[in-house]
Design a protein around this ligand. Sequence first.
Ligand SMILES: NC(=O)c1ccc[n+]([C@@H]2O[C@H](COP(=O)([O-])OP(=O)(O)OC[C@H]3O[C@@H](n4cnc5c(N)ncnc54)[C@H](O)[C@@H]3O)[C@@H](O)[C@H]2O)c1
Ligand SMILES: O=C(O)C(=O)C[C@@H](O)[C@H](O)[C@H](O)COP(=O)(O)O
Ligand SMILES: [Zn+2]
Length: 366
Amino acid sequence: MQETTQQIIVGLDERSYPIDIGAGLLARTPLFDNLPKQLLIVTNTVVGPLYEAQVRAQLFAHDVVTHTIDDGEGAKSLDNFGAIIDTLIAHNFNRDCAIIALGGGVVGDLAGFVAATYQRGVNFYQIPTTLLAQVDSSVGGKTAINHPGGKNLVGAFYQPQGVLIDTQCLSTLNDRDYACGLAEVVKYGIIADADFFAWLEAHQHNLNQRDSAALTYAIRRSCEIKAEVVAADEREQSVRALLNLGHTFGHAIEAAHYESWKHGEAVAAGTMIAATLMHQLGELTATELTRIETLLNGLKLPVRAPKMPLERWQTFMQRDKKVKGGTLRFVLPTAIGAACLRPISDWQAIGAAIAAMSHADARSPL
Ligand SMILES: NC(=O)c1ccc[n+]([C@@H]2O[C@H](COP(=O)([O-])OP(=O)(O)OC[C@H]3O[C@@H](n4cnc5c(N)ncnc54)[C@H](O)[C@@H]3O)[C@@H](O)[C@H]2O)c1
Ligand SMILES: O=C(O)C(=O)C[C@@H](O)[C@H](O)[C@H](O)COP(=O)(O)O
Ligand SMILES: [Zn+2]
């Protein structure tokens, strides 16, 4: 079978960078052009044993150090940030070194924040190994760590110099984390591309079976949409905020339930609340709301949030980065394929949408 590499460029003038997508890329092409001598691979205890050797095999001419973090969302922490900085200093890494994130969104967000800050910024490359990281977190330069008070509260916009997506890495991903990536894929269809949403509806069974052609198309289309949005608004002054669909609610779910809710799951349930809010405001049809719920459900994602007192939602949601002048701004779908950013301060309306989409037994269908 002919193996191909597809390339998408994130257009940011002199900071533009390629996203290479293909099966088996870790083994069959040079990872990145012109890598410096000193390299730090940041990975975790799950991904390292699976893929670090393949990456290192291509870096024999470099001085490579690996920093391995624990698995899970808890690793996106100030402690791990400090520990990686300690590693860089202990090995005398200079400003012309590069950091390579090898892992899912947790590794990428943490390693990216280190790259943004060590010696005021060093070279950074992403090798995303989860579907979520391949379609979303490795692209666009949002880096962050969490705080017990909320998700991604400390971070920076810092673009990588290259993203390498080896779709074969997904063969080792479990079903739950695979579904999490599909939540962000559905997001792109809702906010930007009705045809893509319809394609997802038509191909959900292929995606659930991890059919490689369907999966490669879903990854490519997602990266294209994200690259276009990021090129238009790198620092989220306008259209980039739409990439946050479902996240104001989702981040509250995650922050309250780090142990039991994963990011993609929380985004799926949060998307249902956002769509319901818009439906209750009379601006999204019942048919469109049902299509969103049916697709998320078909992709094995949760469509109901856990029950929490409204004050608990408020505590986390008021720390959302889209708050402006004290008022929360929500990303809301106006149709399938279009969304808006709207300030809403009517907590009765917000609470009604949350209540309608919450359930005491809400959890992933997997
Ligand atoms: N920066 C952004 O733009 C952005 C976008 C979306 C999400 N995020 C962040 O990304 C994080 C979620 O990312 P995620 O879903 O990748 O979670 P994750 O990084 O925790 O990875 C999920 C699980 O898959 C394992 N894993 C990774 N690759 C694997 C592979 N190939 N085979 C087997 N197991 C593998 C990980 O060890 C982990 O247990 C959240 O912190 C979220 O806030 C950031
Ligand atoms: O790239 C973006 O912009 C996004 O919002 C992508 C989201 O999927 C991602 O979860 C992001 O980390 C959320 O950022 P935050 O600004 O809400 O912390
Ligand atoms: Zn997200």
